[in-house]
Design a protein around this ligand. Sequence first.
Ligand code: GN1
Ligand code: MG
Length: 346
Amino acid sequence: MELNEKLISLSTRFDIQLDVESVIPIKGGHINSSFRLKNSISNQPDVLLQKVNHHVFTDVDALMNNLVLVTNHIKNQKQYREMVADIIPTKSGEYVLKSDGEYWRMLEFIDQKKAFEVADSAEVCRKAGFTYGSFLKAVEGIPISEVNAHLPDFHDINVRLSQLDEALKKPVANRLKNAESSLQEIDRLRDTMSNRLKEAKSKNMPLRILHNDTKLSNVLLGERDLGTVVDLDTVMPGYVFFDVGDALRSIAVNAKEDERDCDSIELLSQYKQAFVEGYLAVTDKLLEPVEVESLDYAGAYMAYIMGVRFITDYLNGDVYYSTSYPEHNLVRAKNQLKVCALFSTQ
Ligand code: GN1
Ligand code: MG
């Protein structure tokens, strides 16, 4: 069956009035496949149909439990309602459709707000900070024990470094040499980064319910300060500097994460400041001093972890992230290590 035909046929299994006018693939994500289905029925929203990558998300039910839990909790708070998209269940009342060994879900498509790859003003950064900060606040009432850590140790640098060490034992032919300078940079910062995590643990930094993929393009912004947070696949417990750092590595730089020309990458301190201001405007009463202190190294830590993850996947032969050309993961790794260096020396 042709792809569009398949998508239209899958869409009929969901509980919504839908007459598909066209299918638009959504680019940008490295893991799931996403499609906007334009709806020709008036007063009915367009929808987002997504195939959840169950090779990466090996426990789709645990992921979906988190998504439903967090979405319902946020929707029940009037002031935050528009911060998440509606989940559209199947006609038999399930949140995920299992079909031919694949996992499909449907969400409301938000078209009144806009996603940014790279920030173009401090205002965008402030609103992104305000929205991600509001997310942290809005999920406060959920007992953390109810949230599944379905990708364990997701932002644990020691685990990521040991995955790199594993990859180094059997790298794909000819790739080790190209990775050399990145590996040296990773070694140089190894102890510093791993100490960050050690410190967080020893200082009893609280674990909170995080988004865990807070890049700029995962927040949709409009006129109001509060935007909509998308891609809730990695909602899991973690330390607040994971979310702030992940946001800063994309918000406070002038380039995309796969910009090849590393010399052109610059840190934009006014953007960093605007994001943090927006974030703290909502969370300052919530955060403990040890968490506020951690924001200083958040960007460096998360850019480092991305550098480690990208180079690991490069050495493994691009088995995790989708890539558009053979050196794509290497380019991403060098880029993120440059961003890390910029954050570390500022
Ligand atoms: C992946 O879902 P997507 O493509 O936005 C990854 C994130 C990385 C990101 C790098 C489950 O996110 O951790 O930060 O790529 N998600 C997973 O852009 O590994
Ligand atoms: Mg994601």
